[in-house]
Ligand binder design. Structure first.
Ligand code: NAP
Length: 325
């Protein structure tokens, strides 16, 4: 089978397509034919060797994907060959024609969701749901600021928040991204590169501030987020790439909190509930991933370069099926 193999940590150029031995599922594993793999920022952190947990080299990257069940191990029950699934984690990496996974890593993919869309679900939607509903718990009618809403997690957060009856403030950093946020139904949209946009957010909230902020780049924004929190509200830090200075008094005067959210820390019961709720949203159409670009598997380097550029506008996906399939 064909797979992307990383033999040394580095830039996108270390993503090399290779012919590798076919995989066979162990007794408690499944083999999935991967039709599409979703790229996430964490793939880049791992590939460059800058992450808290690194795989042993060589390895095949990728946590998210979608495809069909090809085979199940002798102890696995309840799956049939050809069943459509999305992957939220795998044992062998999703940037490949096939991957091995545990039963807990696959979830049903409704027929109206394409494989490319299914490849955008795992990390982005579970992270957004965990941060929004399990690390924070806004009530219907309350406000959420998705600070960095044009990427995978942000788009998922907008859809989940709208579905839960929240009023959504969302930021983007490009013209195309801002148009996308309007199309997604965000109630108020801001440009996070425009000077003074924090003041605009405050004005739009009637000077009361927002109840929840989902923060995708805390090292840049956290200090200026705090004055935007409503009394009793919170910031949930989803992404951060360095240190930041804050004024603790901004929290004190609002009875406000800063919380972290790390999807790898989510308890298994919570994850199961999140996936089950996602299935309802995918089925009724209220959750619909935005695919920005699809690259053939052999173009993984170009895909990783696009994923890392500013000006996000949905998800970057690899098509893993061979041209003849
Ligand atoms: P992504 O698809 O690459 O999107 C990045 C987002 O950050 C875009 O919306 C981008 O907006 C935005 N951004 C860039 N500059 C910004 C600024 N100055 N202020 C606010 N937002 C800004 O990444 P993603 O998958 O959505 O993930 C978002 C972040 O969460 C990443 O840092 C990722 O590593 C992290 N993450 C954490 C977890 C977890 O478990 N905690 C899970 C998944 C992801 P423009 O491009 O429009 O400027």
């Amino acid at each position: 089978m064909r797979a992307i193999v990383v033999e040394k940590f580095g830039g996108p150029e270390v993503l090399v397509l290779q012919q590798v031995p076919d995989l066979k599922p162990g007794p408690e594993q499944l083999l999935v034919r991967v039709y599409a793999a979703g790229l996430n920022p964490v793939d880049g952190y791992i590939r460059s060797g800058n992450y808290m947990r690194l795989p042993t080299l060589p390895y095949t990257p990728g946590m998210d994907g979608a495809g069909v069940v090809e085979a199940a191990g002798s102890k696995v029950r309840g799956y049939r060959k050809g069943q459509r699934v999305y992957l939220s984690g795998s044992l062998s990496g999703t940037y490949a024609e096939f991957c091995l996974c545990l039963p807990t890593q696959i979830h049903p993919l409704p027929p109206q969701v394409t494989f490319a869309e299914g490849a955008c679900l795992g990390i982005p939607y579970t992270t957004a749901a965990y941060a929004l509903f399990h690390r924070a718990s806004p009530r219907r009618g309350q406000t959420v600021l998705v600070h960095g809403a044009t990427g995978g997690v942000g788009i998922a957060a907008i859809q989940l928040a709208k579905r839960a009856g929240l009023k959504v403030f969302a930021t983007g950093g490009s013209e195309a991204g801002i148009e996308l946020l309007k199309k997604l139904g965000a109630d108020f949209v801001f440009d996070h590169h425009k000077p003074g946009y924090h003041q605009e957010i405050l004005e739009c909230s009637g000077k009361a501030g927002v109840d929840v902020i989902l923060e995708m780049l805390a090292n840049v924004n956290l200090g200026r987020d705090l004055p935007l929190i409503a009394s009793g509200g919170c910031v949930v830090v989803v992404g951060s790439r360095g240190a930041v200075q804050i004024q603790p008094r901004d929290l004190m005067v609002r009875d406000a909190d800063i919380r972290g959210a790390m999807i790898l820390q989510a308890p298994s019961g919570v994850l199961a509930r999140i996936h089950s709720d996602m299935l309802s949203g995918l089925t009724d159409g209220s959750l619909k991933p935005v695919v920005r670009s699809i690259f053939d598997l052999e173009k993984a380097q170009a895909a990783a370069e696009l994923q890392a550029l500013p000006g996000a506008c949905g998800k970057v996906v690899l098509a893993c099926v061979p041209p003849s399939a």
